[in-house]
Design a protein around this ligand. Structure first.
Ligand code: NAD
Ligand code: UDP
Length: 336
């Protein structure tokens, strides 16, 4: 297949491009580089020995998207491009709806015009909302999201559902990610946040490499085993393979939705301790106040992806720590 990967210069998109190329697919990347790097694209080539076709373009630019579809005979789209910082989205709701919702709208219009009606979308466990029973299962309806980022993901899910209702030729797969971490085992590509990391794993890695003094653990008075929040962390390469499976297995017209997680909750303290145990690098931390909007604990029921896609998260927590550290210690300043 020739696959258009939007946001392919970013964290999950670059890892997915590697898996696609290694499975023999052709990859076209569209990215405006607002949070991605062209170096990631060179590294993809170093890892796989194969190049990607790259168009530096914004998915909201209809002319540019039409040109991409005119130039390449695209079979399917994996759609990663979007903004993803939960905290930032609270202060900039319009930017998030504009980029994530309108961006998807324009992308789908360009796809429709080009007769490409197969899309795999990067959704998130956040669409389950705060009231859903844990573990989250796909049959639970979307809940009330608590920030514009989460709401934008829920809105795009709905948009894509409506598309399938209107035209049965569309094939839509919604992949709800839990907490992707880690890096490619080559150490050549990984997560490279700009500014202060919002997420736990890159923060731990930057403390370990000396870019930050200490980690603040947001809250140790939750009703969990050790008082810190629990999440379902999965290796980004497993997540990338999940996209490959979705593309290859779930291609029938209609809509399908899958959780991609390990099915296991790990606490913040366990994360810090595992990192130090595996890498032998200390991570100074202190306990701070709870972060607004954080849920105490959630993880995936990942059985649907196992049954229908034949996908399971195979890599261990130790793999996630080892690979994060290989990437961060080999690239202390990320791609810069
Ligand atoms: P990322 O920021 O590393 O990658 C996104 C890429 O999209 C970047 O390279 C950015 O430059 C590009 N981009 C953004 N807006 C664009 C636009 N309008 N036009 C073209 N390119 C644009 O993020 P990521 O962690 O790789 O996440 C990829 C997708 O997965 C996002 O949609 C995100 O919301 C979703 N997701 C991520 C996580 C996570 O924890 N990383 C969890 C759930 C869902
Ligand atoms: N977290 C933390 N310190 C940080 C960043 C995150 O204690 O500097 C905690 C956060 O409160 C949450 C967990 O780590 O309990 C995972 O946070 P992340 O932002 O990575 O993922 P999400 O909250 O989106 O699940």
């Amino acid at each position: 297949m020739r696959v258009l990967v939007t946001g392919g210069a970013g964290y999950i998109g670059s890892h997915t491009a590697v898996e696609l190329l290694e499975a023999g697919h052709d990859v076209v990347v569209v990215d405006n580089l607002c949070n991605g790097s062209e170096v990631a694209l060179q590294r993809i080539e170093e890892i796989t020995g194969k190049g990607v076709d790259f168009a530096r373009a914004d998915i909201r630019d209809r002319e540019a998207m039409d040109a991409v579809f005119a130039k390449h005979d695209i079979d399917a789209v994996i759609h990663f491009a979007g903004l993803k910082a939960v905290g930032e989205s609270v202060g900039k709701p319009l930017a998030y709806y504009e980029n994530n919702v309108n961006g998807t709208l324009v992308l789908c219009q360009a796809m429709e015009a080009a007769g490409v009606r197969r899309i795999v979308f990067s959704s998130s466990a956040t669409v389950y909302g705060s009231e859903a029973p844990v573990p989250y299962v796909e049959t639970t309806p979307r809940g009330t999201t608590s920030n514009p980022y989460g709401t934008s993901k829920a809105m795009v899910e709905k948009l894509l559902e409506d598309l399938v209702v209107a035209d049965e030729r569309w094939s839509v797969t919604l992949l709800r990610y839990f907490n992707p971490i880690g890096a490619h085992p080559s150490g050549k590509i990984g997560e490279d946040p700009r500014g202060i990391p919002n997420n736990l794993m890159p923060f731990i890695a930057q403390v370990a490499v000396g870019r930050r003094d200490e980690l603040t653990i947001f809250g140790n008075d939750y009703e969990t085993a050790d008082g810190t929040c629990e999440r379902d962390y999965l290796h980004v390469v497993d997540l990338a393979v999940g996209h490959l499976k979705a593309l290859e297995v779930a291609g029938d017209p209609g809509i399908s939705v899958y959780n991609l997680g390990t099915g296991q909750g790990i606490s913040v303290l366990e994360m810090v301790n595992s990192f130090t145990r595996v890498t032998d690098v200390p991570v100074p931390y202190r306990f701070g106040a709870r972060r607004a909007g954080d849920l105490p604990a959630f993880w995936a029921d990942a059985s649907k992806a196992r049954k229908e896609l034949g996908w399971v998260a195979e890599k261990t927590l130790d793999d996630m720590m080892t690979d994060t550290w290989r990437w961060q210690s080999g690239n202390p300043e990320g791609y810069r």
